[in-house]
Design a protein around this ligand. Structure first.
Ligand code: TXA
Ligand code: MG
Length: 340
């Protein structure tokens, strides 16, 4: 099967809905990253996602809905906090993990009693869900452990011949995956940071905290509230080293270390400090988020063996923390701190 990249015309959307109704897997755009979607009620279809990605079956999938009605059909959780959160952050880059009250495929929830649900702001995706009439289970559309996909060509390079179609929604606007928050009554735990930050969550919910493993490696005695935290993630083939500190210290640290196989990745404008073997990933945090996964993929295209990734104190909070969370996983927690 050759994978077709389809423009989101009315007839192509119909075609993709038919594929999904028949139990096939279709890659779809969202405002964060591309997803690999299947009917969330269909065991066989959902298993095809795990197989295509090489994803461990203990890692649950997010169910994408196209509105509040479909959301309410999946969970009986009705706390005030949940109501306030979804009303404030949906449609958008925000996933809630709540009690599962539907007859979803057991593979979607990986045997847990909870389910992750997201109402994305991507209109192509929402129209497709409307045509299907069922929620779409969709993890990020990348091979397991590899960087997520932020354009159709990334999806194509990971899944050509494995899935029938990719709906092309252009480049993803945001570039890092949704904020995942577990809501249990009035208690909220951030399982994965994203565009919806701690500060934003605190503006609508009283009781919010980070789960274990968000900005540090889980220790052997921590319980992973989100199974995804246990697994290796976002990695290019190259060895990634995150280097925290001021530009001058970064320059001294990498000086003498760069060559054809060892590069550095810095903020836009800083590349002038290096003669060669340098890539950039954006100036503002928004740009860095949008470019992060493309740059991680480019490192492999250029067959680079090792990269030093620049980080600054801006990466300690807000959107910076979401970027840092992905970077330290890409680096397998290899962080050099030049700040102290
Ligand atoms: O932006 C996004 O969230 C993208 C787009 C496609 O929507 N999706 C995405 O899915 O990033 P995925 O599967 O790559 O990451 C979902 C994360 C995983 O770490 C998973 O362990 C966690 O959410 N998760 C899903 N359901 C959960 C549940 N019931 N309990 C705890 N964690 C859950
Ligand atoms: Mg993923």
């Amino acid at each position: 099967m050759n994978t077709r990249i389809l423009e989101p015309s009315a007839s192509n959307l119909e075609f993709c809905a038919e594929l999904l109704k028949k139990g096939e897997v279709v890659a779809v755009p969202t405002e964060t990253v591309y997803g690999l979607a299947a009917n969330a009620f269909d065991d066989e279809a959902v298993l095809k996602i795990f197989e295509a990605k090489g994803r461990p079956q203990d890692n649950p999938l997010i169910c994408h809905v196209n509105g509040f009605e479909m959301f309410e059909s999946l969970t009986c959780e009705r706390s005030k906090t949940l109501f306030n959160l979804v009303n404030r952050f949906w449609p958008g880059p925000f996933t809630v993990v709540v009690k599962n009250s539907a007859n979803l495929s057991r593979f979607v929830v990986a045997g847990l009693s909870t389910v992750g649900i997201r109402f994305s702001s991507n209109e192509i995706l929402n129209e497709l869900i409307g045509l299907c009439g069922f929620p779409l289970a969709a993890p990020s559309a990348n091979l397991s452990k590899r960087p997520s996909s932020t354009c159709a060509s990334h999806v194509f390079s990971d899944f050509n011949k494995k899935i029938p179609a990719v709906l092309n929604g252009g480049q993803c606007e945001l570039g890092v995956e949704s904020t995942v928050v577990k809501v249990d009554g009035e208690r909220c735990t951030i399982l994965r940071p994203g565009f919806v930050t701690l500060e934003m969550l605190k503006s609508v919910a009283e009781n919010v905290e980070f789960g274990a493993g968000v900005v540090q490696r889980l220790s052997c005695c921590d319980v992973a509230e989100s199974p995804g935290l246990k697994h290796k993630h976002y990695s290019p083939k190259a060895e990634v080293v995150v280097v925290k500190g001021e530009l001058s210290k970064f320059i001294s640290y990498v000086s003498g270390k760069l060559n054809e196989k060892v590069w550095c990745v810095v903020f836009d404008g800083e590349e002038v400090n290096f003669k060669k073997f340098v890539l950039t990933y954006g100036g503002t945090l928004n740009e860095q988020a949008r470019n992060l996964f493309s740059v991680l993929r480019k490192i492999d295209d250029l067959k680079i063996g090792k990269v030093f990734f620049r980080c600054s104190p801006e990466h300690n909070l807000g959107l910076g923390l979401a970027i840092y969370n992905r970077l330290i996983r890409a680096a397998n927690f290899n962080v050099i701190n030049l700040e102290s």
